[in-house]
Design a protein around this ligand. Structure first.
Ligand SMILES: CC(C)[C@H](C(=O)O)[C@@H](O)C(=O)O
Ligand code: SF4
Length: 468
């Protein structure tokens, strides 16, 4: 019998083209997603050296980061955004790559559209010039972000130079309490391991609570693996993954599907496979989580209080957490539910999928957004938007006083007009709460979609586990 191996090792071994003596490897890449921000120089590089895209059919391009989320038939106010969108459209045309432009219903955030189109498949290697490519690991793919020079390398050769990462298993057992979600699981994990805890590892999420998550929930968890410092995150594919992908436009059909399934069913860590590190979490003990600082590891229960950095022994850490509180305009000991909000953002590749919008709408239905809050819902893709509208979610949001927007990254990173003003405080379903992330001096609290919707209505954080 061969040695038991992990899921990560299996996908790695099946894609290994060459291994040099020093451990540097050449990996075959099955899928390459391209967006407007990290691709212009890569295409320019190909042009200046007279090279072609090696496998255009394995490459898919979309605009997401800086498209306006308001009516796109009106002039785009931002010249830089106009230039980047134009460049991507031209590059896709010149190099023969399929491209979803800002008017295409299939347009959306790159990590939402990959799975939606069935471009993301179990057991594949997937890259994109974007750190949250880890999202696709929810389907049992080895998916991670790459830099612009690597984008050029993949475009030209369909391979990537890599060193093997270590294996870490994160087992989440137990049943999540009602109102606690995948977002709270991943925030709790990052709170536990810290933003550097996953450095050098690929994380495999396992356990009953992960199995119980929908594919959307698993994508949320894998999405933020990178915020825990990991190269990638993955979940072994199961019936839920297959059901999600079946009949998607780019998924294999008929006999090809059956053949793929035979391979996919082998994609799990063997009994007894070695993990370099293991952590465990009990889902039943998790509360809804809110971040209080400027790092995704700064987590606290919604029923808790802003922590006191003075209690931290490590000096550098103490200073940095003091700085975070100052930036956030918070004082230690403040009850989290007493924190008042100015803005609410529901969207992003972490939580801009249909299930997220359903969860938020369920909270918002028949209620009104607080008079001092400006709240917006930005679907993750045109397909999500269409589905939400078919279910009447847009009407629920609009009636409650939320803005209903066009799909894109939007206020997740404020590369378009959707920005916080200095000192504005936002409950956001995105993945980063860094200084200035949602606008200069803006203050971000990361939460789940249900928590964001409830905060919009109450005007401050509330515990969704006793929402009515
Ligand atoms: C613009 C892009 C390079 C960036 C990333 O890599 O993650 C963005 O998507 C983000 O979330 O900060
Ligand atoms: S939604 Fe946010 S995190 Fe996701 S790709 Fe866009 S900017 Fe990055």
């Amino acid at each position: 019998m061969s040695k038991p191996t992990t899921l990560y090792d299996k996908i790695w071994n099946d894609h290994l083209v060459h291994e040099a003596e020093d451990g540097t490897c050449l990996l075959y890449i099955d899928r390459h997603l391209v967006h407007e921000v990290t691709s212009p120089q890569a295409f320019e590089g190909l042009r200046t050296t007279g090279r072609k895209v090696h496998a255009p059919e394995k490459t898919l391009a979309v605009v997401d980061h800086n498209v306006p989320t308001t009516d796109r038939t009106k002039p785009n106010p931002d010249p830089e955004s106009i230039a980047q969108i134009k460049a991507l459209a031209e590059n896709a045309k010149e190099f023969g790559i399929e491209y979803y432009n800002e008017f295409d219903k299939r347009q959306g955030i790159v990590h939402v559209i990959g799975p939606e189109q069935g471009f993301t498949l179990p057991g594949t290697t997937i890259v994109c010039g974007d750190s949250h490519t880890s999202t696709h690991g929810a389907f049992g793919a080895l998916a991670h972000g790459i830099g612009t020079s690597e984008v050029e390398h993949v475009l030209a050769t369909q391979t990537l130079i890599q060193k093997k990462a270590k294996n870490m298993r994160v087992t989440v057992d137990g049943k999540l309490p009602e109102g606690v979600t995948g977002k709270d699981i991943i925030l709790a994990i990052i709170g536990e391991i810290g933003t550097a805890g996953g450095t050098g590892y690929v994380l495999e999420y396992a356990g009953d609570a992960i199995r119980a998550l929908s594919m959307e929930g698993r994508m949320t968890v894998c999405n933020m693996s990178i915020e825990g410092g990991a190269r990638a995150g993955l979940v072994a594919p199961d019936q839920k993954a297959y059901d999600f992908l079946r009949d998607r436009p780019k998924a294999p059909k008929g006999a090809a599907w059956d053949e793929a399934m035979r391979y996919w069913e082998k994609l799990r860590s063997d009994e007894g496979a070695h993990f370099d590190h293991e952590i465990r979490l009990d889902a039943a003990k998790l509360p809804p989580i809110v971040t209080w600082g400027t790092s995704p590891e700064d987590v606290i229960s919604v029923t808790g209080f802003v922590p006191d950095p003075e209690k931290i022994e490590d000096e550098a850490k103490r200073i940095s957490k003091h700085r975070a509180l100052k930036y956030m305009g918070l004082t230690p000991g403040t009850r989290i539910t007493d924190i008042k909000l100015d803005r609410v953002f529901i969207g992003s590749c972490t939580n801009g999928r249909i299930e997220d919008l359903r969860a938020a709408a369920k909270i918002a239905e028949g209620k009104q957004v607080s008079a001092h809050v400006n709240a917006m819902v930005v679907p993750g893709s045109g397909i999500v938007k269409e589905q939400a509208e078919a279910e009447g979610l847009d009407k629920i949001f609009i009636k409650a006083g939320f803005e209903w927007r066009e799909p894109g990254c939007s206020m997740c990173l404020a590369m378009n007009p959707d920005k916080l003003k200095p000192e504005e405080r936002c409950a956001s379903t995105s993945n980063r709460n860094f200084e200035g992330r949602q606008g200069f001096k803006g203050r971000t609290h990361l939460v789940s979609p249900a928590m964001a919707a409830a905060a919009a209505i109450a005007g401050h954080f509330v515990d969704v586990t006793d929402w009515r």
